[in-house]
Design a binder for this molecule. Structure first.
Ligand SMILES: Cc1cc2nc3c(=O)[nH]c(=O)nc-3n(C[C@H](O)[C@H](O)[C@H](O)COP(=O)(O)O)c2cc1C
Ligand code: SF4
Length: 475
């Protein structure tokens, strides 16, 4: 059953049963949030022992909405039980996945529930500080969060755990959790080796076993891991509701393995692009229909969940939007940001566009990733323009097998998943390009979203001029 669309999207199908995350309209003040039942989750959590809070989240079956669907309770327990003197909690609001705008919609609609979720998480993992990280370009979200933090601070509600708002760069890797911690520490978004629960914030003597600078105050041991929790905005937005209404309530929605709702973004060749909240398990087809379906006279050909998972083809649109449903279809739910392509789109151009994005955004710390995505992109470029040969197809296949070698992060796995799936699902498109130029020469810009309101989506067209060294071409 569909729940709600974002403010400005098409009318919700079931207005009597609005999505509990997006709500019917933006929440304008802490007072209004309280009147809607806000803050009850935090009050309850603070009356409970941290381990009991984690047990409640585990019982709810909540899974991370940042892409991997990792069980939230398990993650919280590993941070809390991770030793070390200082723990930290971080809300990942970098939202850089193409075709995804749900975290920004949530921060605009209700910054209070995101902050409340972060404070509950901080209590559960016994964090001494909490961080909210968003892109510097997210002006409406920064304004909403700043306003909410000021109101919450004025009431002394964050006194035991200070919350800091950090703004970061445009790079895709900013949202990768190990790079996110680097940005919070004032560095470039280059992923570290170890995950945040093993190598957290402000570690003075990291995994290499030597210290380049003095220990931070309060640390006198050699190695302190500072286990740090990183959760996505939507994951944390669910938390106050689970604490306030209970894990059994949460499990009345969705499926046994994927309880709750998911906030989807739908863009591309679709009548009304929008952000909408649906119960997990809702068939993708139903979501597409509620976005007005395909453009007149066209039919759906392919759907990508961001740039992270294998393509879904037109015959797979009945796939339920749940972690297990998407996995059974050979793909993944990811961050539920769907880029839809109809029968006017060329699948070779789609592969080139995704591969170029990942090549440009790869940081180059791992050679097979940067060079592999680069060589695949070059070969796809030649194929798209009709200059390609069988050697290019062979080169793509061979590079896909090694692009993930020694990878610090998941980015090259995304390259392998998306490009290999397009080769497999659309062999005739690739074969046609060996005979001449593209029969459907339509550019497919990477759907990196700048704004999405009132059924209108704005993509970041500057991305097309971004170069592999993270500078931009002139003109
Ligand atoms: C290249 C890359 C980019 C990512 N970007 C984001 C992002 O913008 N926002 C996000 O929440 N997670 C992003 N992730 C996933 C995070 O690393 C991390 O898994 C997530 O924030 C964990 O939160 P969750 O457990 O609540 O899902 C990205 C991962 C990769 C590999
Ligand atoms: S795998 Fe690629 S993007 Fe990730 S750290 Fe290595 S080079 Fe950078």
């Amino acid at each position: 059953m569909l729940r709600a669309s974002s403010p400005g999207g098409v009318a919700p199908r079931d207005p009597l049963s609005p999505g509990f995350l997006l709500g019917e309209r933006p929440v304008a003040s802490l007072e209004e949030y309280r009147a809607l039942g806000g803050w009850r989750g935090l009050d309850k959590a603070r009356s409970m022992a941290p381990a009991a809070v984690i047990a409640e989240i585990s019982a709810s079956g909540l899974r991370g909405r940042g892409g991997a669907g990792f069980p939230t309770g398990t993650k919280w327990a590993s941070v809390r039980e991770g030793g070390g003197r200082h723990h930290y909690a971080v809300c990942n609001g970098a939202e850089g996945e193409p075709a995804t705008f749900k975290d920004r919609a949530l921060m605009r609609a209700n910054p209070y529930q995101v902050i409340e979720g972060l404070l509950i998480a901080a209590h559960a993992v016994e964090a001494i500080e909490a961080y909210l990280a968003i892109k510097a370009s997210f002006t409406p979200e920064r304004d909403a969060l700043t306003r909410a933090l000021a109101e919450i601070g004025a009431e002394g509600l964050t006194d035991d755990v200070p919350v800091f708002l950090v703004t970061g760069p445009e790079e895709y890797l900013f949202g990768e959790e190990k790079a996110l911690l680097e940005v919070i520490e004032g560095n470039d978004p280059l992923p570290r080796w170890l995950p945040p629960y093993l190598h957290g914030l402000f570690v003075t003597d990291p995994q290499l076993g030597w210290a380049a600078h003095e220990n931070e105050p309060g640390h006198d041991e050699g190695h302190e891991a500072n286990p740090t929790l990183v959760n996505n905005v939507e994951t944390l937005a669910n938390v106050p509701h689970i604490l306030a209404k209970g894990s059994a309530w949460f499990r009345t929605m969705g499926t046994a393995a994927s309880p709750g709702t998911v906030v989807c973004t739908v863009v591309g060749d679709i009548a009304v692009p929008q952000v909408l909240e649906v119960e997990l398990g809702t068939p993708l087809q139903e979501v597409l229909e509620s976005c007005g379906g395909s453009l007149p006279g066209r039919s759906f050909q392919a759907v990508l969940s961001g740039v992270s998972n294998p393509v879904l083809t037109a015959d797979q649109l009945s796939t339920p939007l749940s972690y297990e449903g998407m996995e059974a279809a050979g793909t993944g739910l990811g961050a539920a940001g769907f880029a839809v392509y109809d029968d006017t789109a060329c699948m070779v151009e789609l592969a080139r566009s995704v591969s170029r994005f990942l090549y440009v955004e790869s940081c180059g710390q791992c050679v097979p990733c940067k060079f592999g995505t680069g060589e695949i992109t070059e070969a796809l470029d030649r194929l798209r323009s009709g200059r390609g040969t069988n050697e290019d197809l062979d080169r793509i296949q061979s590079r896909l097998t090694i692009v993930t070698d020694g990878n610090r992060c998941f980015l090259p796995v995304e390259e392998r998943r998306v490009i290999a799936s397009l080769l497999l699902a659309f062999p005739e498109d690739f074969a046609l390009h060996l005979e001449g130029p593209c029969p459907r020469p339509r550019e497919l810009p990477i759907p990196k979203i700048v704004d999405l309101e009132d059924g209108k989506v704005v993509y970041d067209l500057k991305q097309a001029t971004k170069l592999p060294d993270w500078t931009y071409a002139e003109g």
